[in-house]
Ligand binder design. Structure first.
Ligand SMILES: *[C@@H]1O[C@H](CO)[C@@H](O)[C@H](O)[C@H]1NC(C)=O
Ligand SMILES: CC(=O)N[C@H]1CO[C@H](CO)[C@@H](O)[C@@H]1O
Length: 734
């Protein structure tokens, strides 16, 4: 047994073949240097236009090359972690820590209450002592429908939790479970519980459709009275209700077992007080939970990410409780995985390479970023020990009242409410040093950086069987908006006082700094990419070469770098369990996000920093559910309503098409030399050719498709006009 006592709770493996990767990268880097040398030594002197285009390309290639270097730390050394939950159980079963689970929701329209409670139920049913589990739902919309749904869930849970225990149900989200299971040995119980679930589901959906809670429920439960003073989602008192609590005798399931604590919270909102979005909600949850349950571990999940593995909590604890290394681990991040990904992943929603390669690489440099969902934190690190001690004291006073009666439970509620008021944080360090940090649209990533800067590490845990499953965007505009938000947040972090580039200097490893900067510079990289998509085709049309001829030796580095790097990326994508067509789709999304999302993110960030705070580039999501999902299943691109981002994409697509066609026509009808451009301007032809091929779905969306998901006529008109005038203008330039 002595040996077991000392065996670690998790093990770490390294990826092989890294030497090969390093040699290959070095050879690519030599190629890149040759490209730079070529640009500097061959600046054309004949024409002004040619000269400026050339210099621009040099800067673009300089940016690409340097940015490419930042990509490397991710790939130097990949770590893979394996927890041993048997050992955890042997050593710590009796003294497992208390865990508080935060589920955040913000809009009952986009995040249906049924989905939210499925997530809540799935984490309530973790295979873990229920008296050590507390689940908090933060509802930033303050919707009584969501509260009603949670109330229903708390009743359904009395049947659901024993059912999960008895039949070892997994996944523990009822909706997901009923979808996977068709026949089973416990058919009778299954039918009963399924019926209960479906009844509950239809009650909630009805309430959502009607926009109000049934009258009899409303009067029956005292919690609803808190909506009496509610005026809008931006203006209401704190609404807090403890739905299940161990001291409450009705909080037992049908087997008579204790149930996890369940709390509904809508923090106070006032129009004149900044609410700081999700970070504000999380900080309120941290305070309120420290009063009610004060779990040592905090798991935070988005409301669409249900648990697909009832053991993952124990797995995460293996990292945090390891005797040897656990103390330096601040949080355990699991990947965001999605159940909605189609085979070839048209919108690149799976983020394969990020989660299968890059996060494993970051793990070796000090740990992955905090991605805002599926993350297990230590409370004392997230909010500072001083604070938790203080509330531990307050809480013990309540404990001393003796057995908590209903009265004291009510008092506890009232006391906790004060912690979620919007004046609480005034003149405190909340959002500045304590809790999640404010002032950035990716508060979670920024908080992760600041935790790392305090000398702590994080761990990436990426099990075969996914810990959480969510819903990925299923239209192009949604995808672009999501990437815009991410890149904007990352760029803000770079410019903030928590910047990984300078603030973190000396506090985290240089490799991790580079890795963070790779993400932080997403928004910036739009400029060289746009340049590459616009200038070479225009010069092709005009007949000015910008790249070496095919017969020149300088052609070799270009060919090697382009082919080598794309084949490497493709290999990596296939290794991350993607398909070849999936890679092609990924390439398209890579291009689209760089030329639209990142561009708008960059412009918005700059505008905001000059005080023009309101963002003007918002794409409205549209609702035509049934058809949209059908097209999604068939992997037909969904463009939806008109937006500036789509206009940019369509203009670039058409510009390349016009330039390519124009230069061919010129060759055939005007020049003597037939298809001579193939030698002189091979790379320009290839770049435009590839861009045209990638953009086939855009041309279809513009001119061929008739369905609702096509590109709107207005976008077609605008982009055609823009692309044609760009060509005409450039041609007329002398
Ligand atoms: C989700 O869990 C089920 C079993 O509970 C498993 O069969 C399935 O592979 C998991 N899904 C993913 C994407 O890991
Ligand atoms: C929003 C969306 O597209 N949801 C779909 C996700 O995938 C499941 C099945 O995999 C569908 O049932 C949902 O409608």
């Amino acid at each position: 047994m002595a040996e077991v006592e000392h065996s670690p709770l998790f093990e770490t493996k390294r990826a092989k073949g890294r030497v090969f990767y390093k040699v290959f990268s070095l050879s690519l880097f030599v190629g890149i240097c040759f490209i730079w040398v070529f640009r500097v030594s061959h600046i054309p002197r004949e024409s002004e236009v040619g000269k400026w285009g050339w210099i621009g390309l040099f800067f673009a290639e300089l940016c690409f090359g340097l940015y490419w270097l930042l990509r490397h730390p991710f790939r130097w050394n990949l770590l893979f972690r394996e927890p041993f939950r048997q050992r955890l159980s042997q050593r710590y079963e009796k003294v497992l820590p208390k865990v508080d689970i935060f589920v955040c929701t913000a809009d009952p329209g986009i995040e249906p209450p049924v989905m939210v409670i499925n997530t809540v139920l799935s984490v309530m049913a973790y295979e873990y002592p229920p008296d050590k589990l507390s689940v908090y739902l933060s509802d930033d919309a303050g919707s009584d429908i969501t509260f009603y749904a949670l109330l229903e869930a708390s009743i359904f849970a009395k049947q659901w939790l024993p059912f999960c225990r008895k039949f070892k149900v997994d996944p523990t989200s009822p909706a997901a479970y009923f979808k996977t299971i068709h026949s089973s040995t416990h058919a009778k119980e299954l039918i009963t519980i399924k019926k209960l679930y479906q009844d509950m589901e239809s009650r909630i959906e009805n309430a959502a459709k009607m926009g109000r809670v049934p009258e009899e429920v409303h009067t029956e439960h005292k919690g609803f009275s808190q909506w009496d003073s509610y005026s809008s989602r931006r203006d209401h008192d704190t609404i807090l209700q403890i739905l299940l609590h161990e001291t409450d005798s009705s909080a037992k399931d049908v087997d008579g077992k204790v149930m996890p604590v369940l709390v509904y919270l809508a923090r106070e909102k006032r129009p004149q007080v900044a609410h700081n979005f999700k970070a504000g909600a999380m900080n309120s949850l941290i305070r309120v939970s420290s009063m009610i349950s004060n779990g040592e571990i905090i798991l935070n999940v988005d409301c669409d990410m249900y648990s697909n593995n009832s053991q993952s909590l124990r797995d995460a604890l293996c990292f945090l409780m390891d005797e040897d290394k656990g103390h330096e681990i601040a949080y355990v991040q699991t990947p965001q995985c999605f159940e909605n990904i189609t085979k070839n992943d048209l919108y690149g929603g799976a983020l394969r390479v990020v989660y299968e390669v890059e996060f494993h690489g970051m793990d070796s440099l000090g740990g992955p970023l905090y991605a805002g969902t599926g993350c297990f934190h230590r409370r004392e690190i997230l909010c500072g020990r001083k604070f938790s001690d203080q509330y531990e004291k307050d809480r013990n006073e309540y404990k001393n009242i003796g057995d908590m009666t209903e009265v004291s439970l009510h008092e506890l509620e009232e006391e906790s409410k004060a912690l979620a008021s919007c004046t609480f944080e005034i003149n405190t360090l909340w959002g500045k040093e304590v809790g999640l940090l404010y002032g950035c649209s990716l508060e979670d990533v920024m908080t992760g950086v600041s935790i790392k800067c305090r000398g702590l590490k994080s761990v990436f845990y990426n099990p075969q069987r996914r810990a959480f499953l969510g819903v990925a965007p299923n239209t192009l505009p949604q995808t672009l908006v999501q990437h815009k938000r991410w890149s904007e947040g990352c760029f803000q972090i770079l410019l903030s006082k928590h910047s990984p580039a300078w603030h973190a200097y000396g506090l985290i490893s240089p490799g991790l700094q580079m890795a963070y900067c790779y993400y932080n510079l997403w928004a910036f990289i739009c400029w060289p990419t746009l340049y590459y998509c616009v200038i070479p085709p225009l010069y092709l049309l005009k007949g000015i070469p910008l790249f070496p001829q095919m017969s020149s030796p300088w052609f070799i580095p270009f060919a090697y770098v382009i082919l080598g790097d794309s084949s490497y990326c493709m290999m990596e994508f296939l290794w991350s369990k993607g398909t070849v067509k999936g890679w092609w789709n990924e390439l398209r999304i890579w291009l689209y996000k760089r030329t639209s999302s990142y561009l708008f993110a960059f412009v918005d960030t700059i505008l905001k920093s000059f005080g023009f705070s309101e963002s003007t580039f918002v794409v409205s999501a549209k609702v035509a559910e049934e058809e949209v999902s059908q097209r999604y299943e068939k992997e037909i691109m969904e463009f939806g309503s008109s937006s500036p981002m789509l206009t940019v994409l369509a203009t670039l697509a058409l510009l390349n098409l016009f330039c390519l066609l124009g230069s061919f026509l010129k060759q055939v009808f005007i020049s003597e030399g037939g298809l001579r451009i193939f030698d002189a301007m091979a790379l320009q032809v290839i770049i435009s050719g590839v861009l045209v091929l990638i953009n086939v779905p855009v041309y279809q969306g513009l001119f061929l498709r008739k369905d609702e998901g096509r590109l709107p006529i207005s976008v077609a008109a605008k982009s055609t006009a823009l692309a044609l005038s760009a060509c005409a203008l450039f041609i007329s330039l002398s």
